[in-house]
Ligand binder design. Structure first.
Ligand SMILES: *Cc1c(COP(=O)(O)O)cnc(C)c1O
Length: 400
């Protein structure tokens, strides 16, 4: 029986074409792209091609707006720290309560050491940002706004272009963590107000350990790493050339497969969601059904422990997640679902299924086959289930 992998928001399989493209850069093409001899020059040319491929996926105006990093976390940290240094007369950050820890943990640290004041904007029950609170937090004291394009746990998409426009009215730099959006939804940075954008290779079928920070031409920027002149002095350190080449190929493939992601992958996701909602009582979808990544499905199953569901799914050869890899292992429900005010009894039983172009219809069939039985068994053991309201009028998130 083949394993079913439905945890693509945690990481994706490297595409075989990406592996094939990057392999020579471990062997024959080992030169340092900064060297002027022929070993370096051919690698330098390949890096240039890879940069253009990523530029294409982002719809960026110039290829030198891309700074390669070790991944999404480094890109997020670089963007925020750069902004604080580049705008020294401002010391406030505006972000949201549902960001990835790569943003939230840094903001909490900067607050703790007294380096910045941070506004954490809330969301409603569907995970949509509180626009009024956002407007109210903006001022000429804000150095940087950092808001995610799409949420890794629920797939909810923020109206990022409009949010960027508002930040610019106050002269703040605007950064978006687009790690989950790049390759899944169309992006065109050319005419947008977005100053900085983070992405990560391993979320789009490239390897782990490579990512990028887009920095719009003319946007103020201060490097995090100082040393050599790589990346035009904006990120020192010899380039991860196999990673850069891989990310270029992955970007090319992502652009090619984007339509598939929007239709075929979304079709798989919607079929799974529909069948589970129909067959399993007392469950509902977490997130904004009207504005969501096509690959992500987060379902709250009331009166059960998510960890219990995952254990049974694992035994059945199905890999999913109870939200964020960073919060699993602890008994606290995810910070994203808490920010959405999902009731405790439902947040604890929330499971994320995330698809990619690697998934096939049989994957969906397998989950539909086994999950209703797992829920029935677990609920029989749950002391809360016997007293639960099973009228079908269970909690449904609505916009307040
Ligand atoms: C995975 C992820 C990151 C971190 O990226 P790494 O490359 O693993 O450091 C940041 N933000 C979001 C939204 C993510 O999903």
């Amino acid at each position: 029986m083949n394993a079913v992998y439905l945890d693509n928001n945690a990481t994706t399989r490297v595409d075989p074409l990406v592996v094939e493209t990057m392999l020579p850069f471990f062997s024959e093409q080992f030169g340092n792209p900064s060297s002027i001899h022929s070993f370096g020059a051919s690698v330098g040319a390949a890096v240039k091609t890879a940069r253009a491929q990523l530029q294409g996926l982002l719809g960026a105006a110039h290829d030198h707006e891309i700074i390669y990093t070790s991944g999404g976390t480094e890109a997020d940290n670089t963007a925020i720290l750069s902004a604080l240094e580049a705008l020294p007369d401002r010391n406030e950050i505006v972000t949201s309560k549902v960001e990835h820890p790569a943003v939230l943990a840094l903001c909490q640290h900067l607050e703790k050491i007294g380096r910045a004041k941070v506004h954490y904007i809330g969301v409603d029950a569907l995970g949509r940002i509180d626009i009024e609170a956002y407007r109210a937090a903006l001022s000429d004291k804000v150095a940087v706004v950092s808001l995610m394009w799409a949420n890794n746990e629920t797939g909810t998409i923020f109206p990022i272009e409009g949010l960027a426009d508002l930040a610019k009215e106050h002269g703040a730099l605007f950064h978006t963590d687009a790690v989950q959006a790049v390759g899944k939804v169309p992006i065109s940075l050319k005419d947008s107000a977005i100053d900085m954008l983070s992405l990560s290779g391993h979320k789009l079928h490239a390897p782990k350990g490579i990512g990028a920070l887009y920095v719009k031409r003319g946007a103020r920027f201060k490097p995090l790493l100082r040393g050599g002149h790589q990346e035009r002095g904006r990120r020192a350190g010899t380039e991860n050339t196999p990673g850069v080449i891989a990310l270029g190929k992955a970007a090319e493939l992502a652009a090619l497969h984007m339509a598939d992601e929007q239709t075929r992958v979304k079709g798989l996701r919607d079929r799974l969601e529909g069948a589970l909602l129909q067959r399993i009582p007392n469950c509902f979808v977490n997130g904004d059904l009207n504005d969501r990544l096509p690959n992500t499905c987060n379902i709250a199953f009331e009166y059960v422990e998510g960890e219990g569901i995952l254990l049974h799914l694992t035994r059945a050869g199905i890999a999913a997640s109870s939200g964020s890899a960073c919060t699993s292992g602890s008994l606290e429900p995810s910070h994203v679902l808490r920010a959405m005010n999902i009731p405790f009894t439902a947040a604890h039983g929330s499971i994320r299924f995330s698809f990619s172009r690697d998934n096939v219809p049989e994957d969906v069939d397998r989950v539909i086959d086994v999950l209703p039985g797992i829920l029935e068994k677990l609920r029989e053991l749950s002391p809360f289930w016997s007293n639960a309201d099973k009228s079908g009028k269970e909690f449904k998130p609505v916009y307040a």
